[in-house]
Design a protein around this ligand. Sequence first.
Ligand code: XMP
Length: 319
Amino acid sequence: AWTPGNIIEDAIAAVRRQVGDGKVLLGLSGGVDSSVVAALLHKAIGDQLTCVFVDNGLLRHQEGDQVMQVFARNLGVKVIRVDAEARFLDALRGVADPEAKRKIIGGLFIDVFDEQAARIEGVDFLAQGTIYPDVIESAGSKTGKAHVIKSHHNVGGLPEHMKLKLVEPLRELFKDEVRAIGLELGLPAEMVQRHPFPGPGLGVRILGEVTKAAADTLRLADHIFIEELRRAGWYERTSQAFAVYLPVKSVGVTGDGRRYEPVVALRAVETVDFMTARWAHLPYELLDLCSRRIINEVPGLSRVVYDVSGKPPATIEWE
Ligand code: XMP
């Protein structure tokens, strides 16, 4: 029978066969797939694994610290944390087009990762958190079957000149199996059950030009929204939920007088395959609580709105 325990045992045996005493490099993103690969490879080959975690300044609230806490401190995985916020923000200055932002973020990620990889002696393998649906999707796009609307760098980000062999222990697994083995490997449920987060991160949730101030503001608003969803039991009932920073100013009024500040939109969807989605019918009381908390606790926001658009016609992300 296929139990998480069996899957792990088979995967560990296969990794050990493939890797021998070679060195493996993994780009750890904090997402479910790369996290499970890290835990699995650590169990299979211990110190032969080195992870590189690139903080691009476009991650969720305290995401970098959580990754270091879980992997470096709790599990004892070798993780190199790269603080690349300034480089990403510099590269994004003045850029407003969504696809241009994606290209810059994806390209710079590869550069930064590549630089780190070059510093490690004798790496033989590159591990990736490719799962079965990624395999199908990229096979489809090569033959023109899948309709690729947005570029992303989850699959095939291997720098050409590195000549590393790929280790992809999740290649035959579906998402629910990946989550199950993640739990079995001792990763926190919160990490394993997390909603997906796009590679370009807040870079495509800050509409138009990305600034540090907008990223800091959005991170806080998003964190409050997610915290309240969890508290109300709605996090598990939604497939993806997040805040979006709208660079339009709206008038507000507080005790001290009139303000003229940007708006935040909340988005929560229910979906099975992310190809179509229904906007989540969150209770008004919950939306009310999120709105009050965000406006009271996050400086520089005047207004909160809720996105009631399905996919199609709207995409899940705003960019
Ligand atoms: P859309 O906005 O196209 O999103 O309805 C569908 C799913 O894809 C995610 N998404 C991305 N993931 N890089 C990623 O890794 C991207 O550039 C990207 N764009 C969208 C989105 O979060 C949703 O889960």
